[in-house]
Design a protein around this ligand. Sequence first.
Ligand SMILES: [Zn+2]
Length: 93
Amino acid sequence: MNEVNKEKWSEEKRKKVIDYIYEKNYGRKFSESIAHNICVICGGEAKEFTTEKYRKDYLNTGNCQKCATDLEEKIKKMVEISNNIRMRYTERN
Ligand SMILES: [Zn+2]
């Protein structure tokens, strides 16, 4: 197998793995969701985005605006919680 074919093969394999993971978790394949402009998480339309960044992110994450924003909020809260825990821990010690 030459280098070009090897690269092509691993790209195909990568896509298959990603589709498998998304289908296991959300019941939808990543590649099919992108092809139909739907969100891989909620299955809703993924056509309206507030910024160009979110539109570009969609091609990598498959998340619609609402799911992307929800995820960001969840991550923010998790960071806040872990910061609070760390602060309480350092206060005591
Ligand atoms: Zn969504």
